[in-house]
Design a protein around this ligand. Structure first.
Ligand code: 13P
Ligand code: SF4
Length: 300
């Protein structure tokens, strides 16, 4: 029996659901019960009835599932899978900024530590950020940790003041306007540029569409255009190609090494032994719960 067959058998036996982010390796995406962007997966984890959630993604995703569902067990098949951006914000510095801006509400990107969520008013994902900041009853917002997503929100909602934090995703932040210009010269000026909001302004300004991984997939799938430059992590190509075999997709070789760590063997061992469980300090979890639950209330 190969890993795939073993995983499918164990999943039933252990009352487990497998969630995978679009950046995961193709074989992991193919075996998962649900594949999606951060918001979609958070919603599935929150609403599912299975006792065990196996989260194929990075640690903040699994921690967020545990924050929302303390009575379920949440597992991260490869415990080394982290997100570079998470270490760029800490609770202490946010508390200091709150003193400086006493009227501001704190919105934290879900790509953050549980301790950061615990001192925030509401969380957001890339697909829900605009909606949430618009609905939030405050005209002043401290946005952590992604300065690029924060500046994108500021552009979309100019009547609110967004106080930015100095964090970013190093993989998205590395891409410059020149990379887009060169790709258009190489693949043709008619290529449509679809970018993630974690990209810099100079890249967003040259894009035809800006959205989360899920929104990029929807845009390319519901469009008759033939050729796309995808400016986000390469893992999204797997689903883009599966859903659109007749279209052409090009990327800028953006690889999040952490997202690629999880293997079928890790997933099998995790299920077989119910190992690599996520545990959180209960007081911090409770404080963080409010921000994540608010995300699901405002993000709808
Ligand atoms: P999504 O909100 O599109 O899932 O993005 C998450 C992420 O980590 C992007 O780098
Ligand atoms: Fe984090 Fe960037 Fe990887 Fe997304 S691509 S998980 S933001 S390091």
């Amino acid at each position: 029996m190969n890993f795939k067959e073993k995983i499918l058998r164990l999943k039933q036996k252990k009352d487990a659901i497998i969630l995978a982010h679009y950046y995961q390796n193709g074989d992991i995406q193919d075996i998962a019960d649900y594949v999606g962007d951060s918001y979609y997966l958070s919603e599935i984890g929150r609403n599912c009835t299975e006792k065990n959630i196996i989260f194929c993604g990075v640690r903040f995703m699994a921690e967020s599932a545990k924050i929302l569902s303390p009575n379920k067990k949440v597992f991260l098949p490869n415990l080394n899978a982290s997100c570079y951006m998470v270490s760029m914000a800490n609770a202490k510095d946010i508390e200091e900024l709150k003193i400086k801006y006493p009227n501001a509400k704190v919105v934290c990107y879900i790509n953050s530590a549980t301790e950061v969520k615990a001192v925030s008013d509401v969380c957001c994902t890339s697909s829900s950020a605009i909606n949430i900041v618009k609905k939030l009853d405050s005209s002043e917002i401290i946005f952590v940790p992604d300065k690029n997503l924060g500046s994108y929100i500021q552009e979309q909602i100019p009547d609110k003041k967004i106080i930015l934090w100095d964090g970013c995703c190093v993989i998205h932040d590395m891409i410059n306007a020149q990379d887009i210009i060169e790709a258009k010269n190489k693949y043709g000026q008619d290529i449509k540029v679809l970018s993630h909001p974690e990209c810099k302004k100079e890249v967003r300004d040259l894009s035809d569409f800006i959205g989360s991984t899920g929104d990029i997939l929807k845009f390319a799938s519901h469009n008759n255009l033939k050729k796309y430059l995808i400016v986000t992590e390469d893992g999204i190509l797997h689903k883009l190609k599966q859903k659109n075999p007749d279209k052409e997709f090009y990327t800028l070789n953006m690889i999040c090494k952490n997202m690629k760590l999880t293997t079928l063997k890790d997933l099998y061992l995790c299920l077989e032994n119910l190992e690599n469980e996520i545990t959180l300090d209960e007081n911090i979890r409770k404080s963080a719960y409010r921000a994540l639950e608010n995300m699901h209330i405002l993000g709808r």
